[in-house]
Structures are given as structure tokens and as C-alpha cells.
Design a protein around this ligand. Structure first.
Ligand code: GDP
Ligand code: IMO
Ligand code: MG
Length: 434
């Protein structure tokens, strides 16, 4: 069972970084396969906090190979800054490989991201402003600059001589006052290319080879299923496919090689940016969860909207990606709430709705129906020590009930349970190691 995919099951920020960091200990290679620096994955090791945006979280485990796959869009300036910071903090980046097929985020992508959001007026997506959407648009329109172009100054110049004037015309038409300077963009990006060249490779065959010799590859998803470009709450989504199927395509390996999929489910729900959110809490309980869970974006620092756990979303996500198990995170945050609600289905005009409708006007009219469960007290440091030493049976009784209720509703086991931010604050409930 050498290939394991970890993806987000909600609207992102489920705690994928921490779960990947935990599982990476057992892996040989960790691959990012989609998204860009819109992602923000926080990993706390001891008292030290690492926030990763483009580099796979596996980089924090010495000796593992970290791969940025072909499905990722790369802002090379941001990547180099992230790498410099890691090196400053003593993390080795020697084992980083970057796909030569990955598309590059250019300065005009960031400008267009901002301009398009401004022009959307009342219908803003609330993007991270990192140029993700325009870069993926160019990839699909066959106007992209790829990593293999970035490391070849002549090819880069040739592309930019055509692309920069084209993008200038679009910015002008949008009423944006920015002026693009082909020469300075070309110089800046050629330097990035030079610095990154030693990491750039044809990574697909490398990952494939690792799997063929039965070594373990961990595929690290970014964002979450509800932000998937096809299956999410379109248009309030990101611009890539976040479901497990893309782990194969986004890293250049056969889908037949993927054999385990862990869906990361936060014990409640959060969302950054605009768009429908049926189980959202706009009251004091929502604010309390946000505060206790430090629900502020790792990338943009924006406050995350909070709500109850939504099983319609979790089941939908599981069916799209074929979860073989769930990593439930941040259950500690729900301590001390008294009563907890879990959305089991929606109701619309007297009918029971159990999946996510494509039409957001329909989704907006769906009313969540809840099961009410008893809460538990906050877990203090002594109790935490006991839990980490003794395992599942030492959890508060009502927390065990919450987990069992979830498992029954999902038809899946919780195989990892997140109880805090630190690396060791996790219960491994797997019957068999990876
Ligand atoms: P990602 O984008 O899915 O990797 O998630 P983020 O890192 O953006 O957000 C999750 C936040 O919750 C981070 O600050 C993590 O350090 C933190 N976190 C992860 N797992 C747990 C957990 O089980 N309990 C608590 N209290 N915090 C957690
Ligand atoms: P991680 O990997 C949460 C959201 C943005 C916005 C929408 C589109 O940390 O879970 P984009 O810049 O991608 O075009 O923005 O998607 N979004 C995320 N929300 N976590 C993320 O990543 C996200 N990446 C994008 O807030 O609503
Ligand atoms: Mg995040």
C-alpha cells in the first residue's frame, strides 16, 4: 500500500499540514499536486511554528524527498522566500524537486486577480489575491509560462515578448493603471529560474519509480473538496481540482497506483472568503469557536467563518474521493461548549437533501437539520497527558460518542484524531500502520 493521498474535506484549513507532517514520518516522498501559495499549512513542532505555502509539509522531516508536482502553480519569488526562511531555520531543502511542467505565476496574474475581483463588485469570490485563478486560466488557455521556460532565459524572453503586451491590453481594458515592464519582468524571473534550476526535474517518472519499488509516497492536498473547481460551491471556489483523483494527474502518476485516501475533517466547519455555508454560526458560539480554534488564515490572516460539523459536506467529499479513513482534527476546540450540533442533512421545501446541489441559489435555500449531542469539558494539560499515554479510552465519554456518531453516519473510521496544535497532540487509531 505505498500511495496515500491526504485531502481536505471541507473548505480548506482542516489541518492537512499537521496530518501530512505526522504521516510523512513513514513516507519516502511527499508530493504537492495542486494549488499554489493560496494554501497555508501550519505545523507546530515543539514551540516552533512553521507556515508553509508552496513547499510540501514533508520538508520538515529530514531525509524525505519533497516534490512540487506538475499540477501546482508556482510563484517563484514566494517559493524562494519560503526556501530561504526554511534554510535560516535549519531545515534542509536539498531534497526538494520541482516539476518542469508546473506553471509559473507571473506578476500580471496577481494584478489580474485583483482587477477581476474589483470588477466583480457585489459578487467577489474573496480570493487570496495570489494570482492563482489567472495563472490556471492561462494554463488552460495554453498561454502559460512553465518551469522549463523559467530556467531557460531565451525561452522565457520569447514567451514574455508575446505575453506581456497581451496582458497589458487586458489590464488597460479593465481600467487598471498598472504598467508592465517586459525587460524588468524578464530579468527578475530569469534570476528566479537560475536560483531554482537545480531543483527542477521531470518529477512524474521519479514519483512513479518510487511507487514501483514499493517505497511510500504521500500526496499532500491543498484547499478542500468544497473549493474544488468542478465539485465545490462554484464560483466561490479555487481554480484547481482538490479531490483525490487529481493526486495522480497533478503529479504525473497512474491513478491505479493510488490506494489509500485519508480525508481530513475538522470537528466543526470553517470557511474563508465568500460563498454559501449552510451550518454557519454567526452568534457567540461561532465567535467562541473562532477564538479558541485561532481561526485566522495562515495565508491572508483573514478571520475564518465558523459553523457546526456538516455531514452532507463530509459524505459528499468522501464519495468524490473514496476516503478509506478520516483524520478528524481540532476536536479539542469544541471542549466546554455544553451542547454540540451536527448537521445530518438539509431540508428544502419539505424535502430531505443529502447532497450538494450544483445551483448555489438552491444551496442557499437549504436549511440544515441537526442532531444534538452532549458536550464535554475542556481538556487540561494533565488530562491531555493521560489521553496521549492511554489512547481512545481515556477521552471524555461524550467526545467518544461524538466520534462514534460521526463514524456511523459516514460509514468510515476515524484513523487519526487531532487534539492540539503540537506535533505529538494526535491519537493514532489506525489498526495497521501505513
Ligand atoms: P491546512 O491548511 O489544512 O493545513 O490547515 P491550517 O494550517 O491552515 O489551519 C489549521 C490550524 O489548526 C493550524 O493553525 C494548525 O496548527 C491547527 N491545528 C491542526 N490540528 C489541530 C488540532 O487537532 N487541534 C488544534 N487545537 N489545532 C490544530
Ligand atoms: P489551504 O490549503 C482556505 C479560498 C479563498 C477564496 C477561494 C478562491 O490552506 O486549506 P484563490 O486565491 O484560491 O483563487 O481563492 O478559495 N481558499 C482557501 N481557503 N484554505 C485554503 O488553502 C484556501 N485556498 C484558497 O479564501 O475563498
Ligand atoms: Mg490553511
Amino acid at each position: 500500500m505505498p500511495a496515500l493521498v491526504v485531502i481536505g474535506s471541507q473548505w480548506g484549513d482542516e489541518g492537512k499540514g499537521k496530518i501530512v507532517d505526522f504521516l510523512a514520518d513513514e513516507a519516502d516522498v511527499v508530493v504537492r499536486f495542486q494549488g499554489g501559495n493560496n494554501a497555508g499549512h501550519s505545523v507546530k513542532i515543539g514551540e516552533e511554528l512553521f507556515a508553509l505555502h508552496l513547499v510540501p509539509s514533508g520538508i520538515l522531516r529530514p531525509g524525505k524527498m519533497a516534490v512540487i508536482g506538475n499540477g501546482v502553480v508556482i510563484d517563484p519569488g514566494v517559493l524562494l522566500e519560503e526556501l530561504d526562511n526554511l534554510v535560516k531555520r535549519g531545515v534542509s531543502i536539498e531534497n526538494l524537486r520541482i516539476s518542469d511542467r508546473a506553471n509559473v505565476i507571473m506578476p500580471y496574474h496577481k494584478l489580474l486577480d485583483g482587477a477581476e475581483e474589483r470588477l466583480r463588485a457585489g459578487a467577489k469570490v474573496g480570493t487570496t489575491g495570489r494570482g492563482i485563478g489567472p495563472s490556471y486560466s492561462d494554463k488552460v488557455a495554453r498561454l502559460g509560462v512553465r518551469m522549463c521556460d523559467l530556467v531557460d532565459e531565451k525561452a522565457l524572453r520569447e514567451k514574455l515578448e508575446f505575453l506581456v503586451p497581451l496582458k497589458q491590453r487586458i489590464l488597460d481594458a479593465y481600467g487598471d493603471t498598472a504598467k508592465l515592464d517586459m525587460e524588468s519582468i524578464c530579468r527578475e524571473y530569469a534570476v528566479y529560474g537560475e536560483r531554482l534550476a537545480k531543483h527542477v526535474a521531470d518529477t512524474g517518472p521519479m514519483v512513479m519509480e518510487t511507487l514501483t519499488v514499493k517505497k511510500k509516497v504521500l500526496f499532500e492536498g491543498a484547499q478542500g473538496s468544497m473549493l474544488d473547481i468542478d465539485h465545490g460551491t462554484y464560483p466561490f471556489v479555487t481554480s484547481s481540482q482538490t479531490v483525490a483523483g487529481n493526486a495522480a494527474s497533478g503529479s504525473g502518476v497512474s491513478p491505479l497506483l493510488l490506494d489509500q485516501v485519508i480525508g481530513v475533517v475538522k470537528a466543526y466547519t470553517t470557511r474563508v472568503g465568500a460563498g454559501p455555508f449552510p451550518s454557519e454560526l454567526t452568534d457567540d458560539t461561532g465567535r467562541r469557536i473562532a477564538e479558541k480554534g485561532s481561526e485566522f488564515g495562515t495565508t491572508t490572516g483573514r478571520a475564518r467563518r465558523c459553523g457546526w460539523l456538516d455531514l452532507v459536506v463530509a459524505r459528499y467529499s468522501s464519495s468524490l474521493s473514496g476516503f478509506t479513513g478520516v483524520a478528524m482534527t481540532k476536536i479539542d476546540v469544541l471542549g466546554g461548549l455544553g451542547e454540540l450540533k451536527v448537521c445530518t442533512n438539509y431540508e428544502l421545501d419539505g424535502a430531505k437533501i443529502t447532497t450538494i446541489p450544483a445551483d448555489l441559489r438552491v444551496l442557499e435555500r437549504c436549511r440544515p437539520e441537526y442532531a444534538t449531542l452532549k458536550g464535554w469539558n475542556e481538556i487540561g494539560p494533565e488530562r491531555m497527558e493521560k489521553i496521549l499515554a492511554e489512547g481512545f479510552s481515556a477521552l471524555p465519554r461524550n467526545m467518544r460518542r461524538y466520534i462514534r456518531f460521526f463514524e456511523k453516519q459516514m460509514g468510515l473510521r476515524v484513523v487519526l484524531l487531532g487534539l492540539g496544535r503540537r506535533r505529538n497532540e494526535i491519537l493514532d487509531l489506525r489498526r495497521k500502520k501505513w
